[in-house]
Write a protein that binds this ligand. Structure first.
Ligand SMILES: CC(C)(COP(=O)(O)OP(=O)(O)OC[C@H]1O[C@@H](n2cnc3c(N)ncnc32)[C@H](O)[C@@H]1OP(=O)(O)O)[C@@H](O)C(=O)NCCC(=O)NCCS
Length: 338
């Protein structure tokens, strides 16, 4: 039987709210509580229906007197040991009263029932809640984000400007010290697997908290997560030195978000220690999508904090594609599930 046609599955009643598994037909109500979330960069309008059928994902909604007021979601990862929490939201009129805490406890409890092997929950968030709230978590890492915005047709000029800048730094630095290095698009799934499962990867690329963070979703580089990464249809770039990856990045296919009346959101996640390669990778990722983007485009580049200022300077000065948010961060946190 189609889930659509199914009765809503009741989860629990708590604090005057009833909790249910979300269904495809709850979409409009979920969107109604999602106005202006992440300043228009919300991924949920685009991902909701995929979430409904994604295996080992739980999506829970909370209702007060029948009205949908909150949503939380968890994806089972890391071979069943961890859940990644995503999508948390509470309708504006219910905020500041602890509803987010209630739905998170309900989600934890449900997860424990369905997946007893889970010991840990992980989440990424943009706002720093301060030391008191943060002390409830294990702090794993912090990444910097550079955000750009422009009309699709202005990206060709932007990229050619970046190339000119890169060439001039190459010249002024003399013959490149990176002769053995070459950034390439990694398409071979076996090669990708070998790279991701290499036990030295985390140290060499300084992976945040030992994880790959894909568009806010942290995953340990382990075999059982490869299938999840494959589902995301990513474009991978790697730069190797003596066959060892020294830099890795990927982009998620651009997807629509509400920003500025409707835009494409383009996320690039970067891992490594060499900002020069990061600049090359930025150009390469943009070139990969330049023919397919249209309308307004928001680009978010997630990177080690040490890259940020150099990347900002690298991107400044274009008339069409501009930085549109100041420095901001992605916090990566963990907590035991009781
Ligand atoms: C962030 C948001 C969900 C908070 O909802 P709320 O019900 O007003 O939350 P409260 O301030 O009453 O806090 C209740 C609990 O949720 C926790 N919480 C608040 N924001 C959180 C967040 N972003 N991630 C995880 N937990 C959060 C609080 O620490 C508190 O925990 P406690 O009960 O263990 O003390 C709500 O403001 C919202 O929907 N904002 C827009 C969407 C958004 O930014 N979501 C965050 C995704 S990272």
């Amino acid at each position: 039987m189609l889930r659509d046609a199914m009765e809503a599955q009741f989860v629990e009643e708590s604090d005057g709210l009833t909790f249910w598994l979300a269904r495809p037909q709850d979409y409009d109500e979920v969107m109604a509580i999602s106005q202006d979330i992440y300043q228009g960069n919300d991924y949920l309008p685009h991902r909701y229906h995929t979430w409904m059928t994604e295996c080992e994902r739980v999506v829970i909604i909370g209702r007060r007197n029948g009205r949908l007021v909150a949503l939380d979601s968890a994806l089972l990862v890391d071979g069943g040991q961890t859940v990644v929490l995503e999508g948390l939201r509470v309708c504006p009129s219910e905020r500041g009263r602890g509803v987010a805490g209630v739905i998170q406890r309900v989600t934890d409890c449900y997860i424990k029932q369905v997946y007893p092997s889970v010991t840990t929950k992980r989440l990424t968030r943009r706002d720093n809640p301060g030391p008191e709230k943060l002390s409830k978590f294990i702090f794993l890492a912090c990444r910097a984000i550079l955000s750009l915005f422009g009309e699709a047709e202005r990206f060709k000029g932007f990229v050619s400007g970046l190339k000119t800048k890169l060439e001039s730094t190459e010249k002024s630095d003399g013959p490149s010290s990176n002769n053995n290095q070459k950034l390439f698009v990694l398409k071979d799934i076996h090669q990708l697997k070998a790279i991701l499962l290499d036990p030295d990867l985390s140290l060499r690329l300084q992976l945040p908290g030992g994880a790959i963070i894909q568009d806010w979703q942290p995953l340990k580089p382990m075999e059982s997560n490869l299938e999840i990464l494959e589902r995301r249809n990513l474009t991978w770039m790697v730069d190797c030195f003596d066959d060892k990856p020294m830099f890795m990045s990927f982009h998620t296919p651009p997807y629509p978000v509400p920003f500025n009346g409707g835009s494409l959101r383009f996320n690039i996640d970067m891992f490594g220690t060499d900002v020069f390669i990061a600049k090359k990778a930025l150009i390469a990722h943009l070139e990969q999508v330049i023919e397919e983007i249209h309308g307004s485009v928001v680009v978010h580049v997630y990177m080690p904090q040490t890259f940020w200022e150099a990347m900002r300077q690298f991107c400044e000065g274009d008339e069409g594609v501009k930085q549109y948010m100041d420095y901001w961060e992605q916090l990566f946190l963990e907590k035991e599930i009781a």
